[in-house]
Design a binder for this molecule. Structure first.
Ligand SMILES: [Zn+2]
Length: 281
């Protein structure tokens, strides 16, 4: 393992560009598991579980709440759960420490906004499925994403019996209809100017890395993931000087034969691995 770590550090040192791809497994290494019916879910969302029967944060995101007051009780609770520690986790701090002096870009399906929280600048971040702190018009009547921190924080503290006060229910400034968190829960998810700009910035980064030394660091992306993993594996295959480094556990660690020679697979606890890599940097 130490040999592999030394090789990773060496590859990163000589890299022109570093692409970070991250999915659910990275959040899990921080202790946040949006698919799990675990102790943390019970502790933080147990009242919703009892009332509506959903069994995870992600099920809550897709739940058809009977009223806006109840819907926002859940989404503000989720916001609070993701970002209640003003400080980033040690996992995210270590990841930032590892790459902060490099030319990097992040592509992620994580919705917890933890990259920004750890200091990753927004213009180097493509959150494909949105995040839990921004709002949009529910039907997407106009292309604008609104920062939700202030109103979501107020909803958290003022919710009673699973409802927020009526005067805190946000409405669309254009059509007067309901708002929702900017997450890809249905086809109304806004992929307008803000999303397209992030997508384009990511494309430009990849284009600029062409024929140079590019290191791909992939954290906790499932073996069959098509959104992030498949494109990163293709990129590795196409780019002569690419190195594909994937961090995952057990069966989820997957490297196809075509790129084995350019790849390093690390099976283990991402939190501990990042700690070690930062020490070796
Ligand atoms: Zn609207």
């Amino acid at each position: 393992m130490e040999d592999k770590f030394r090789k990773i550090i060496a590859k990163m040192q000589e890299a022109d560009s570093i692409v970070i791809g991250a999915s659910n497994g990275l959040s899990i290494s921080e202790g946040i598991h949006i698919f799990a019916d675990n102790a943390a879910f019970l502790e933080n969302f147990g009242d919703f579980r009892e009332k509506y029967g959903f069994r995870s944060i992600i099920q809550g995101c897709f739940y058809p709440f009977p009223s806006e007051a109840e819907k926002w009780a859940f989404f503000s609770r989720m916001y609070n759960y993701f970002l209640y520690k003003q400080e980033a986790s040690s996992v995210m701090k270590n990841l930032y420490e590892l790459v902060k002096d490099k030319n990097f870009f992040v592509v992620t399906s994580n919705i917890d906004d933890h990259f920004r929280q750890a200091g990753f600048p927004s213009d180097r971040l493509f959150e494909i499925e949105g995040n839990g702190r921004n709002l949009q018009c529910t039907i997407g009547c106009h292309d604008q994403i609104y920062p939700g921190d202030e109103i979501l924080s107020e909803m958290v503290t003022k919710q009673v019996d699973g409802k927020i006060p009526a005067d805190l229910i946000p409405t669309c400034p254009e059509c007067g209809g309901p708002m929702q968190v900017h997450l890809e829960v249905d086809r109304n998810f806004l992929k307008g100017e803000a999303w397209q700009n992030s997508f384009q910035a990511y494309q430009d980064f990849i284009d600029n890395a062409h024929r140079k030394k590019i290191v791909i660091l992939e954290f906790g992306v499932g073996a069959r993931n098509q959104l992030i993993k498949a494109p990163l594996m293709n990129l590795t295959n196409q780019e002569e000087y690419a190195t594909y480094i994937t961090f995952n556990r057990g069966n989820e660690l997957y490297i196809p034969d075509a790129i084995t020679a350019k790849s390093i697979g690390i099976d283990g606890n991402i939190a501990e691995i990042l700690e070690r890599l930062v020490q070796m940097k």
